[in-house]
Write a protein that binds this ligand. Structure first.
Ligand SMILES: NC(=O)c1ccc[n+]([C@@H]2O[C@H](COP(=O)([O-])OP(=O)(O)OC[C@H]3O[C@@H](n4cnc5c(N)ncnc54)[C@H](OP(=O)(O)O)[C@@H]3O)[C@@H](O)[C@H]2O)c1
Length: 239
């Protein structure tokens, strides 16, 4: 897809990977609607990235808030070409010590949040396919933690394995509607993620701009060419 003038929704756009996806989409000429909960952080991204970044305060765990966000996007633009389901978090810990709140939070953001955004985007993309023959592209940010299990990551692993299954199901369900679905599985990336998850993270993580460049490559593929899944890791995670 040529990204010039394309309309993208990026969840978790207030920092980290989502901010870098937004920046690189805008560099390619796209218009980005960025979702996150923290308004001040979103406005900071708007100040950095300029008028092609449209901040929308939205908690992806709240289906009504997601519906309102997509309605407001559809009121301001005719198309919806890209959805990057990126909002996500980890809360690591021993299985018997993991609080029910932390379990539910990871399920709600990492799985239900992806579903709430996807089910709002798909009707618009299907309608677009009927008009132009190209529906759009949904990119789900899973993790290497969706490929292999790790001690103390049981809830997080469960959510990211789930997103790989969800992505594969959607990829098969939506391809005939001209909608591409890709699942991206990064290893450690230098963002706020590890600290918030209660982990020291990798001493030598990947940089978010490098992961974003790969996602841009996936989006820019020719029409009849779908990269359905990608994994990336730091070469030397221990430095
Ligand atoms: N960093 C890594 O090592 C790594 C590795 C593999 C996969 N990932 C995945 O990459 C994605 C992005 O993570 P990151 O590393 O960029 O982490 P980050 O720097 O902590 O950013 C997380 C983003 O998600 C947003 N978010 C969290 N809960 C939300 C909610 N309920 N509704 C809307 N937005 C919400 C946050 O904004 P607000 O707080 O303002 O809502 C923030 O913009 C996640 O899905 C994560 O699982 C990360």
């Amino acid at each position: 897809m040529n990204l010039q003038n394309k309309v993208a929704v990026v969840s978790g756009a207030s920092r980290g990977l989502g901010k870098h996806f937004s920046a690189q989409l805008i560099e390619k000429g796209a218009i980005v609607f960025g979702l996150a909960r923290n308004e001040a952080d979103l406005n900071g991204v708007r100040n950095e990235l300029g008028e092609h970044f449209h901040p929308i305060v939205c908690d992806v765990t709240d289906p009504d808030a997601v519906k309102r966000a997509f309605s407001s996007i559809q009121e301001s633009t005719d198309s919806l070409d890209i959805l990057i389901n990126n909002a996500g978090l980890g809360r690591f810990g021993a299985v018997e010590e993991q609080s029910l709140d932390d379990w539910n939070l990871q399920i709600d953001v990492n799985i239900s949040g992806v579903h709430h955004c996807t089910r709002e985007a798909v009707p618009a993309m299907k309608a677009q396919n009927k008009q132009s023959g190209f529906g759009g592209h949904i990119v789900n940010i899973a993790s290497v933690a969706g490929l292999v299990g790790n001690a103390h990551l049981s809830a997080y692993n469960a959510t990211k394995f789930a997103i790989r299954g969800y992505s594969e199901a959607l990829m098969k369900e939506l391809r005939e509607d001209g909608i591409k679905v890709s699942c991206i599985n990064p290893g450690s990336v230098a963002t706020h993620f590890a600290g918030a998850a209660g982990s020291s993270g990798s001493p030598n993580p990947m940089q978010p701009e490098d992961v974003a460049a790969t996602v841009i490559h996936v989006l820019e593929g020719p029409d009849n060419y779908l990269i359905s899944e990608v994994a990336m890791r730091p070469l030397r995670p221990k430095g």
